[in-house]
Design a binder for this molecule. Structure first.
Ligand code: SF4
Length: 910
């Protein structure tokens, strides 16, 4: 819905980040999105937004967008780019075979984009090799559901999280990764003091703030823990025998396997490296309560035995009949906004379309007739294609000659990134549809196509509770950018398939998708995914579509809040299946050279490879640089202090980042974030450290279990360089240093630099970097300190401080000076100091919404603000999205501990 330029309007749409799928109310004024708020009517969030969602308006604008197609590295017209694409694709497919063409999609795409891509590649190009980055996120959860329930069907909804008597969070840092759900659970717990929360995670995360019980298990031991739970339930007589007999198969075999690997609480506690009493308490709570939700996420899925872990969880729920009820069920929460929408259309390589798989005999015939591809050569593929890791291995072997990547960055996000990059270099034709002008992936593209992004895209997404919502277009795409479905339809037309891809609006695609979901959906091969009641509506109804949970059928026209309430499953006999689980350890094994277990994951304020979230400067302040979190004992052993720079080594590559020492980390384990790419740092890609080991059932890679070593980087100098946006050189000359990190700020960019090679002449060095001399500088060579700045035509162009980052004053004042059109004298005098006289250093940002720093918070606590409410009343921190509340609490705890320590008499301390 694009309105006249200059008009003002508010539109309900959906957040493009995580799988919670929050409703957003966006206001457009004068052709730009000027504000976003939580949509109070959306059932996912009822008006709440986390810090990422709240900052959406700051991530928009033409700067940094890809605005024109590129062909072989030079700008081209759409006609030139698509003509070349079709000509090269046709020639390569004719020469090497239909199966040599592949697509790699993304959970960021809308369902309509996904549907058209799947139809074109599988239906009309006849290749099965279409997979998606959702493979990295939830493929094991999908496989687990299909094994147990016969369908990729999440039984629960968000209200179940609030209604549960016991909520078990496994491998999920909900507070950071699904913050709005975390807020909902926190509130539910406040309202119902009897509700219990158990957190099972190797790391003590902010989510533990709501935990009644925390189990810090050994990474990879989840299946043993849940096998032990099944054995415990049987031993203590907490099995629902009626449910088992009437609605399930395979219990005895599953129990035998569980008892073999987890004979008793003591053995399980030892295998999982947790306290036996705590473990028994969890088992007891789980066994005694009926209304139990187990919410699991990447900590379970991203493993070479992720599917087994999911089924070990589901087994325990089936044994107690703890599903299909309010506040009960095994609930996989997805990372991406439309991972589920992609699954609905068949956007995984092992799926065909609309929840139909190749192994169902009638499925191929059904889809062929629906898409009317009977007369085509080639016809629909006969079997599954390559899953993500296999796909890039096939590219490396030369089996795939054409790869079209849409809305994702596999050069960063896949494990064994060096191998992925080698494969991409070898691939004869790489096409990339992207909305951002600079990503690591674009360096490998022969043809680059500018795609629309959030605020322009128009279609639907499905969140983690099966709820379809409209993501509405607010503005037209900038430059020459086009919607992904339009690009695909244009290509299909040029390939001669125009009739089957003649959609004029996403509404028509959605209508076809809804019709396919109900097509021949009956009898023995009945599919749970069915939204046929949404077909046959007009465009106005599509535009007005309210959030609704599938299935949406003639018998359930208002959607379906919860599945399996009648305990009828999507298996041929309608019974759920227990799966016998034999736990297997991680495949990336530790050794003397690589003795530390590597865990990777997301952080609170960033999304994926930061292509969008890094455009909002306030989101860069919480964690500004790539970091390495490790236990104090490991830090001591490696000779590392907090905030030092270190190098993590693995067989596959290395990673450089800043050390964060934390006892929240188990000894022997390190954590690094997954967000940094070559655009933001020299060697900060977590994928470079991981081998491409995968789950044999789901194909999901093991990104939580790398094997690494750590050493100090030990630079002889560190520096902070800030440059005004328009003073940035084309090529950054400091990229060859031992360490650099880029931190976007408002109107300028900060770089953290470090090197093991001394600099003898800083004025000369800085002039070589910037191309102009410093107009102000001061130096203390003996202390290895230097400060310099370039003020040209009255404007501050750059500022440099050589010295450890802890000496950097708060950057707000400097950032404002970079945006001064003329530097007034009083500011000019303060430039080298980098702050106003008497200005307070606020410290690292804790509350991103209100930009409140740690030092200010600590000061307030010391002056008597002894609760998060008091801090909120004084400083506003924690009063908007609430994502920082756990951090505020731990600062309160830390300060209380410090005060107790300082007040204790010396004898007591001794
Ligand atoms: Fe977006 Fe945050 Fe909601 Fe996730 S929790 S959908 S990132 S606002």
């Amino acid at each position: 819905m694009h309105k006249a330029p200059g008009s003002s309007y508010t539109v309900s749409t959906t957040c493009p980040y995580c799988g919670v799928g929050c409703g957003v109310s966006a206001t457009v004024e004068g052709g730009r999105v000027c504000s976003v708020k939580g949509d109070a009517t959306h059932p996912a969030n009822y008006g709440r937004l986390c810090v990422k969602g709240s900052a959406l308006a700051d991530t928009l604008g033409e700067q940094g967008r890809l605005l024109q197609p590129r062909l072989d590295g030079v700008p081209a017209s759409w006609d030139q780019a698509l003509s070349a694409l079709v000509e090269r694709l046709t020639a390569l497919q004719a020469a090497h075979g239909r199966d040599t063409v592949a697509a790699y999609l993304s959970g960021q795409l809308l369902t309509e984009d996904y549907y058209v891509a799947n139809k074109l590649f599988k239906g009309f190009l006849g290749t099965p090799h279409l997979d998606t980055n959702s493979r990295l996120c939830m493929a094991s959860a999908v496989a687990g559901y299909k094994r147990a329930f016969g369908a990729d069907a999440v039984p629960c909804n968000y209200e179940d999280l609030e209604e549960a008597e016991l909520l078990v969070l496994v491998g999920s840092n909900l507070a950071w990764n699904h913050p709005v759900l975390y807020q909902r659970v926190k509130l539910a717990k406040e309202r119902n003091p009897l509700m219990r929360v158990v957190v099972i995670d190797p790391r003590v995360t902010d989510t533990c703030d709501i935990a009644d019980l925390y189990l810090g298990l050994k990474p990879g031991s989840d299946a043993t823990l849940f096998n032990g739970l099944l054995a415990f339930m049987v031993e203590r007589g907490h099995i629902d025998h009626i449910y088992l007999e009437r609605h399930t198969d395979g219990f005895e075999e599953a129990l035998k396997a569980a008892q073999k690997s987890a004979p008793g609480v003591a053995e399980v506690a030892a295998a999982c490296d947790i306290d036996a009493e705590r473990l028994e308490t969890f088992y007891y709570w789980f066994a005694r309560h009926l209304h139990v939700v187990t919410l699991y996420s990447q900590g379970v899925n991203q493993s070479t035995s992720g599917t087994d872990k999911c089924n070990a969880i589901i087994n325990a729920h089936l044994a107690g009949g703890k599903l299909g009820l309010p506040g009960a069920g095994p609930f996989s929460i997805t990372g991406q906004p439309n991972a589920m929408g992609g699954r609905e259309v068949g956007g995984l390589a092992n799926q065909l379309a609309a929840h139909m798989d190749y192994h169902t005999p009638s499925a191929r015939d059904c889809v062929t007739r629906f898409w009317a591809t009977e007369s085509l050569t080639p016809q629909l593929p006969e079997g599954p294609g390559y899953k993500a890791i296999e796909l890039f291995e096939a590219i490396e072997r030369g089996e795939i000659t054409v790869l079209w990547v849409m809305a994702t960055n596999p050069a960063v996000s896949l494990p064994d990134a060096a191998r992925v990059r080698r494969a991409l270099e070898k691939c004869p034709l790489v096409i990339v549809s992207e909305c951002v002008a600079n990503t690591d992936m674009l360096a490998f593209a022969d043809i680059v196509l500018p795609a629309s992004g959030w605020s322009e895209k128009d279609g639907t997404v499905t969140n983690s509770e099966r709820r379809l919502s409209r993501q509405r277009g607010l503005l037209p795409p900038p430059g020459q950018a086009r919607h992904d479905w339009q690009i695909l339809c244009d290509v299909a037309g040029r390939l001669g398939f125009g009739e089957a891809f003649s959609y004029a609006h996403p509404w028509e695609i959605f209508d076809e998708h809804a019709r396919l979901s109900g097509f021949e959906n009956e009898g023995a091969t009945r599919r749970l995914f069915d939204i046929s009641a949404l077909a046959g509506r007009d465009r106005a109804a599509y535009d007005a579509l309210s959030p609704i949970q599938w299935p949406v059928t003639a018998s359930a026209p208002r959607g379906t809040a919860r599945l399996f309430e009648q305990a009828v499953f999507a298996t041929p006999n309608g019974r759920a299946r227990f799966i016998p689980i034999t736990p297997t350890p991680p495949q990336q094994t530790l050794c003397p050279r690589y003795p530390l277990r590597l865990n990777t994951g997301r952080i609170r304020d960033q999304w994926h490879t930061m292509t969008r979230t890094a455009r909002a400067p306030r989101l860069m302040n919480h964690r500004a640089e790539p970091f390495i979190e490790l236990h104090p004992a490991d830090a001591e052993r490696a000779g590392l202090s907090d905030q030092a720079l270190a190098i993590i080594n693995a067989k596959e590559g290395e990673y450089r980042g800043r050390v964060r020492i934390s006892s929240a980390q188990r000894p022997g384990e390190v954590f690094v974030p997954m967000h940094w790419s070559d655009q933001f740092t020299g060697a900060g890609r977590s994928g470079a450290l991981l081998a491409g080991r995968t789950d044999p059932v789901s194909g999901q890679p093991e990104t939580k279990h790398g094997a690494v070593g750590i050493t100090a980087l030990a630079p002889v100098w560190e520096a902070t360089l800030i440059l005004r946006d328009d003073a940035l050189p084309q090529e950054l000359p400091w990229q060859g240093l031992d360490y650099w990190a880029r931190i976007p700020m408002a109107g300028c960019v900060r770089f953290q630099l470090a090197s093991t090679t001394p600099v003898r002449d800083w004025p000369a060095r800085v002039e070589a970097w910037i191309g102009a001399p410093a107009t102000l500088f001061s130096e203390d060579a003996a202390a290895n300190r230097f400060r310099g700045a370039g003020v040209y035509n009255g404007r501050l162009a750059w500022w440099l401080m050589v010295g450890p980052p802890r000496e950097l004053p708060g950057t707000d004042w400097l950032s404002a000076r970079f945006n001064d059109n003329t530097l007034v004298l009083q500011h000019r005098r303060r430039v080298l100091a980098g702050c106003d006289s008497g200005a307070e250093d606020t410290g690292p940002v804790v509350c991103s919404c209100h930009q409140v720093g740690e030092r200010v918070i600590k000061k307030a606590i010391r002056s008597g603000d002894d609760s998060v409410e008091a801090l909120g009343a004084r400083l506003a921190c924690g009063t908007q999205c609430g994502s920082c509340l756990p951090e505020l609490k731990s600062l309160l705890e830390e300060e209380r501990g410090r005060a107790r320590f300082e007040q204790a008499p010396a004898t007591q301390m001794a």
